[in-house]
Design a protein. Structure first.
Lengths: 565, 352
């Protein structure tokens, strides 16, 4: 490999596991859950203006939605007493409603008690179950197991299974601001925000974090992943807390936010997938789910309020992009995307990643065939999106040091202004998207998919996206020379953008255009039954699946490259 | 940081002492201690010793300085009242002394451009939205201040100075900016409304200047009230479409900062933009008119920018396009008027 990647294993930044914030949190789990429950109650009471009638309405809405969920969309991971619990809530609500003699404050108190039961249950459900020996075990299984697979595949011959010639780091390349990340993680609290294309991302990031010598990060993983016991084990081991996307009621969302905020304040490094869910379209997230992001801002402000004004109380946002040639779930993701664009209609949260067989098959393919993944770590920012220097101090655009605390000051004092923080969250989201685009690394497969799709679009200018995707595949054929010229055009523009630091390219892109195209065609969506892009016998470029081609093409969306066509 | 905490009573800063800046400074001075910033030291001296500038009186309590650092250190709230042509420069001069706790409200009704080095309005034919900056976008791009607001509405300086009743809009994404602005400016002669669509409000103030020039031209031609009614109504429709294309909301255009300001400006000989149109119709050349105006008519620059922006869209803006012909392409006003009368406006209102 001509490429220089970070291949050595970093020393752990905190050698003793007892110092890991996540271990400390696990030790104090019980008290922590209680605290989260109480603080969520406060938040919800504040949001309902301490008014028993509004609170009652929220409780009833929650009850109604929860019962509906249990009936219409039950999952394996749901606790057995789910229905039981909500029936009891219902009884309790009915009882309070029927007691007409209660004064306003007595009613509020009665509803508050019900609220407490709910937030306690939710906090308990959300809280992670980190166990250090599980973490150690998982880490070695992942590293050892994968290394075995890898060597068996790449080093030919008997006994190759015991060879150590290749490690996972040959397969997954980590680039970017890794030293800064390691450094800041010892000084303040890090919130890592990666792009999200595949369910594999969480394991990948978990592994990356461990290679970089960082203590485990906590993160919210979709509860659906806990349906599969092997995943559940991994997730718990990695310090995941659970996010149930079926529950969209106020009580749940507030409890979840409180959990995230309190964990950041506790000093736990966290991981959010700010897109909220995997990118259905294959585009880099452009609109972020801001809910959890706001907790980073809130935690930062609270730290300032409590007087933690040095770097130990500072929250750093670190964007990360993950690049693949191949996304296992691409076919179903893009299908979902196409069916919901145009109209936001309700669709059931399903999980096509559910069969262990599928996953193992994918893993074997992944390790035995050459398809690389890169993880690029971006520059750290403060919660308003300003870059920070080596001391963690925020810098303005001209490199002047500024005090992040000043963003929360009015009339000389730190104030709590929810509306202001909503706007800040929005600003931070915008900055993260900008950074995603800057640190995104173009792969050969992205280039060929983008160019091919744009060429097909150019030839069929009258068709809208949906008709374009429904074009019969056998009618599409691009002469190789035209294709090569167009690829060169896009590639040149990408290099210009790279010069402006608007994008990055993978080292395999430094070959000749013929080689890049070959590499791209070999790799783009390589394990799909129907390949998005291949060369036919006559050498022309053809596709077997237009929607997959669209999916992989979308990776280069957002750079204005389509204007070249 | 230290100087900020040293005095309990916060001063309010006003940057720029043109007619509008002076009027606002006087209004602010009724309630608060005010410092004004002027670039020229003779202007500063004049204000500090004689309490006046360019023949306009300032409240004697107002102090002036030409030191950005000083005014930034003493004030947490700053009103930027400089013309768009100098806005980027002033903002850059202030940037090193601004902190995230500063609140900035501007009252400038113009646009700035963000073009590659070496290019300007004369060399480019087309301007994309991303290259056009409203003043709040300039502030956010050049400084660390995020809590930014804008002041717009029918606020002819002459009338404000006389203390006649009026109202304004403070627009900001941040409620706290609106509330602060209201607290500082509201009086029994001055009403202050809030609006969260800052881009829409900024654009309303900017775009109405185009229509004001056209209105001046109609008056100069000696046309009557029917023609003016026609212009204001069609002008508003054009503003709505342009504002939407540039990222503003429809509501803001039909509010105080849009239609309110439009009606005031289109009827006022005190408006600079109106005057430009009026004198054009009387047969003067643009160069002549500009040469003896003491402050800029923002509308002229706006017409150029919007014309270049139109080249990147398939939007038609007949009033702006024809005004551009008259101002820069030696078209006769009568010809332009004929063109407008024949233009196939078929639908009266097509935006609600």
């Amino acid at each position: 490999m001509e490429e220089k990647y970070i291949k050595h294993r970093y020393e752990p930044i905190l050698p003793s596991k007892d110092e890991w914030p996540v271990v400390k949190l696990a030790r104090e789990r019980k008290e922590f859950v209680k605290k989260v429950s109480e603080k969520s109650q406060d938040r919800i009471l504040r949001l309902t203006s301490q008014n028993p009638d509004i609170l009652k309405e929220e409780l009833e809405t929650t009850l109604y939605r929860e019962k509906l969920r249990i009936k219409q969309n039950p999952w394996v991971v749901d606790p057995d007493d789910d229905l039981d619990f909500w029936n009891k809530v219902k009884d309790a609500l009915l009882q309070v409603n029927s007691e007409t003699k209660l004064s306003k404050s007595q009613r509020l108190e009665a509803y508050r008690e019900i609220l407490q039961r709910i937030t306690t249950r939710y906090s308990e459900e959300i809280a992670s179950n980190f166990k250090h020996h599980h973490y150690k075990f998982t880490r070695s299984v992942v590293t050892y197991g994968f290394a075995r697979l890898l060597n068996a595949a790449r080093v030919k011959g008997f006994r190759s299974i015991f060879s150590n010639q290749y490690t996972l780091q040959d397969k997954i390349q980590i680039t970017g601001q890794t030293d800064q990340l390691r450094d800041l993680a010892t000084k303040g609290t890090v919130v890592m925000v990666p792009t999200h294309f595949s369910n594999l991302d969480s394991i990948l990031i978990g592994w990356t974090i461990s290679v970089l010598g960082l203590p485990p990060f906590i993160y919210g993983a979709g509860l659906n992943l806990f349906n599969i016991s092997i995943f559940a084990y991994f997730m718990d081991a990695l310090g995941a807390y659970k996010v149930d996307r079926r529950k969209k009621n106020l009580m749940y969302l507030e409890t979840l936010k409180t959990y995230s905020k309190e964990a950041i304040q506790f000093g736990c490094h966290s991981l959010f997938f700010p897109g909220g869910t995997r990118s259905r379209s294959g585009m880099i997230e452009s609109k972020l789910k801001l809910g959890l992001l706001s907790t980073a801002i809130e935690a930062q402000r609270t730290n300032y309020q409590k007087g933690f004004k040095d770097i130990s109380g500072k929250v750093f946002i670190v964007p990360v992009t993950i690049n693949y040639h191949f996304v296992l779930e691409a076919p179903s993701l893009i299908r979902e995307y196409l069916s919901i664009t145009g109209q936001e209609r309700y669709y059931k949260e399903n999980d096509e990643f559910s069969s262990s067989y599928k996953i193992s098959k994918f893993l074997v393919k992944f390790f035995t065939k050459g398809s690389d993944i890169s993880v690029s770590v971006g520059k750290a920012m403060d919660v308003l999106g300003n870059y920070v220097d080596e001391h963690g101090e925020s810098l303005d655009k001209n490199g002047r040091r500024i005090d992040t605390q000043d963003y929360f000051i009015s009339n000389g004092e730190i104030t709590v202004d929810q509306q202001r923080e909503e706007e800040y969250t929005f600003l931070l989201g915008k900055r993260i998207v900008e950074e995603f685009h800057k640190i995104n690394r173009v792969f050969s497969s992205h280039l060929v998919a983008f160019t091919a799709f744009e060429m097909i679009k150019e030839q069929n200018q009258k068709l809208d996206l949906f008709d374009l995707i429904r074009l019969p595949e056998e009618e599409i054929s691009i002469p190789y020379d035209d294709f090569k010229a167009a690829c060169q055009k896009v590639y040149d523009r990408i290099l210009e953008l790279k010069k402006e630091k608007q994008i990055n390219v993978a080292p395999h892109m430094k070959r000749s255009m013929d080689e890049i195209i070959q590499h791209g065609l070999d790799n783009v969506g390589m394990y799909h039954a129907k390949r998005p892009l291949i060369r036919d016998k006559s050498g022309a470029i053809v596709t077997e699946d237009m929607s997959l081609l669209y999916f992989y093409h979308n990776r280069l969306h957002g750079y204005g490259l389509e204007k070249l066509f | 940081m230290d100087s900020k905490n040293s005095s309990k009573v916060k001063k309010i800063g006003v940057v720029g002492v043109g007619s509008f800046g002076t009027a606002i400074a006087n209004m602010l001075a009724e309630k608060s201690a005010v410092i004004v910033y002027a670039r020229k030291s003779e202007v500063v001296d004049e204000i500090n010793s004689l309490h006046q500038t360019q023949g306009r009186n300032l409240n004697p309590a107002i102090r002036a300085t030409n030191n950005p650092q000083e005014i930034c250190a003493q004030c947490e709230i700053l009103f930027f009242m400089v013309p768009s042509s100098g806005f980027q420069e002033v903002t850059r001069n202030f940037a090193p002394y601004l902190h995230p706790y500063h609140l900035i409200i501007h009252g400038t009704k113009g646009l700035c451009l963000d073009l590659p080095a070496g290019q300007d309005l004369k060399t480019v034919q087309k301007i994309k939205r991303s290259q056009i900056l409203t003043m709040s976008e300039v502030i956010q791009r050049e400084t660390v201040a995020v809590r930014v607001g804008c002041l717009a509405g029918p606020n002819l300086s002459k009338e404000l100075i006389k203390g006649q009743p009026a109202a304004t809009v403070i627009a900001s994404k941040y409620n706290e900016v609106i509330l602060e602005g209201q607290r500082l400016l509201r009086s029994d002669r001055f009403q202050v409304y809030g609006n969260s669509d800052i881009i829409g409000v900024e654009l309303s103030g900017v775009l109405k200047n185009i229509i004001a020039i056209a209105s001046g031209a109609l008056a100069g031609l000696g046309l009557g009230e029917n023609a003016k009614g026609l212009l204001i109504s069609r002008g508003m429709v054009e503003m709505v479409h342009l504002s939407t294309a540039l990222g503003g909301g429809v509501q803001s255009v039909i509010g105080l900062a849009g239609i309110g300001d439009l009606v005031a400006t289109c009827n006022s000989v005190d408006s600079r933009n109106f005057t430009v149109g009026y004198r054009l119709a009387k047969g003067e050349k643009l160069d002549q008119i500009l040469a003896d105006m003491e402050e800029v008519a923002e509308g002229i620059n706006t017409v150029k920018i919007i014309k270049a922006f139109l080249e990147t869209t398939d939007l038609r803006a007949p009033i702006t396009e024809n005004l551009h012909r008259v101002l820069f392409e030696d078209f006769e006003i009568e010809e332009a008027l004929q063109f407008l009368m024949k233009f196939p406006f078929s639908v009266d209102v097509d935006f609600v």
